[in-house]
Design a protein around this ligand. Structure first.
Ligand code: FAD
Length: 381
């Protein structure tokens, strides 16, 4: 196992200070290791995740070689030639487990933002003190965007949040964590070959969730109640102005509709599994409030916005992979983790083999199945 940094590198270096997992502690499980503490329903801090993964590396006795940056993997004879900081390795098979979130995704028009406005990605952001005083424009309303918007608003900076397509979820539903329902109802176990539109499922943004001791819901209504201003999707920059799409009403109704459909599925599962009586009565959140008049543009040169935080998602980085298996959008082409090049496999990507694949609790089943393919490949060849 070659790791360019240290064990749990992404959790050490690429997360902001206040980040906690949005998955509850009881969902933090790796093969042979699970959360053992007293707060099963709590959410780990990034530091606790680092400790957890370090402990796993120790108990699993994983043969990790740290400080080994892989700069090239290419086909050679009947296998691959891997070039890393420590030298070259010839091998018959390679498992790509380099992560789905190596780089922040930032729209090209960020280059047209006036230099007077500071720009940050979640990789640069640590805490609000890193930002200048004054207005902040947070772009993107998925897990990262809503969490950073809430934190920046609490710091006393006026926050404007640019909202595109998003996944709204309540933190708890009928007395249980919403992710408990995803787990219990079997939805998270839905397999890649059972999903109608797999490309879409793989591109779905992260849900609007935060892990706090209060198990608070962090949706757009919660944000506007604290004074955050909502604007539409940021479409372009023209003459130093940020131009936003209209139609927030439609964007909000779609997210509300999808959330309610998901909750309907949970209710149905509770009934058909005979467990309905165990839970509080079904409930529905108030629809997302549409602002009376959402602004369609902001003059970035006016001094109102002093900084921009791009919470517009993350992407993998395969710059080191010299095998033609990455598509024009930079995504690895694979079928359930089996890459279209003999002996090449992948793990840890969105909906790799099931909906839970990209979460810590998703790796065990995926790794077992991909390993079976790998063992079969080695036996045949
Ligand atoms: C902001 C954020 C919040 C998240 N919250 C949750 C959550 O609440 N619950 C949850 O279950 N999951 C969460 N995730 C997903 C989480 O990242 C994964 O569950 C887990 O970290 C994935 O582990 P991984 O090993 O597949 O990828 P990563 O953690 O990305 O690890 C990949 C490793 O590969 C190394 N690497 C990459 N390229 C090379 C190279 N060329 N040479 C050598 N080494 C290389 C990196 O240094 C890194 O250590 C979150 C992700 C992000 C970005």
């Amino acid at each position: 196992m070659l790791e360019r940094g240290e064990v749990a590198n992404s959790w050490r270096r690429e997360r902001w200070d206040s980040l906690r997992l949005l998955t509850p502690n009881w969902q933090s499980r790796l093969p042979g290791l699970r959360y053992q503490g007293p707060d099963q329903d709590g959410y780990m801090t990034a530091g606790e995740v680092t400790d957890f993964i370090e402990r796993f590396a120790a108990v699993s006795r994983a043969p990790v070689r740290t400080g080994e940056n892989v700069t090239s993997v290419r086909r050679a004879d009947d296998g691959y030639l891997v070039t890393a900081s420590g030298g070259q390795i010839a091998c018959r098979a390679v498992v790509i487990a380099s992560g789905a979130c190596n780089r922040p995704s930032v729209p090209r028009f960020s280059g047209e933002v006036p230099a007077s406005v500071e720009q940050l990605t979640p990789f640069d952001y640590r805490d609000p003190a890193k930002l200048p005083d004054g207005g902040v424009l947070v772009v993107g309303a998925s897990a990262t965007g809503v969490q950073l918007a809430a934190e920046l608003q609490r710091s006393g900076r006026p926050v404007t949040l640019s909202v595109g397509e998003h996944v709204r979820l309540p933190r708890t539903y009928r007395g249980r964590d919403v992710l408990w329902w995803m787990d219990a109802s079997g939805l998270w176990d839905q397999r890649h070959d059972e999903i109608d539109d797999l490309t879409r499922a793989r591109r779905l943004p992260s849900p609007q969730l935060v892990g706090t001791p209060e198990r608070a819901t962090l949706d757009l209504n919660a944000l506007t109640a604290t004074g955050v201003e909502l604007v539409g999707r940021w479409a372009m920059v023209r003459d130093g102005r940020a131009l936003f799409s209209g139609g927030l009403r439609n964007v909000f109704s779609l997210a509300d509709l999808k959330m309610n459909r998901l909750l309907d599925t949970f209710d149905e599962w509770a009934l058909t599994s005979g467990r309905d009586a165990e839970f509080a009565a079904p409930e529905r959140s108030a629809p997302t409030r549409v602002p009376d008049s959402a602004r369609l543009q902001i003059d970035l040169g006016s001094g109102e916005i002093r900084s921009i935080v791009w919470a517009t998602g993350f992407r993998p980085d395969y710059g080191w992979l010299d095998v033609p298996v990455v598509d024009a959008k930079g995504q690895l082409q694979h079928e359930g983790g089996v890459v279209a090049s003999p002996g090449l496999f992948a793990l840890g990507l969105p909906v790799l083999r099931r909906r839970r694949s990209t979460f810590i609790c998703g790796i065990e089943d995926d790794a077992r199945e991909v390993t079976e393919h790998l063992a079969g490949y080695l036996a045949e060849n």
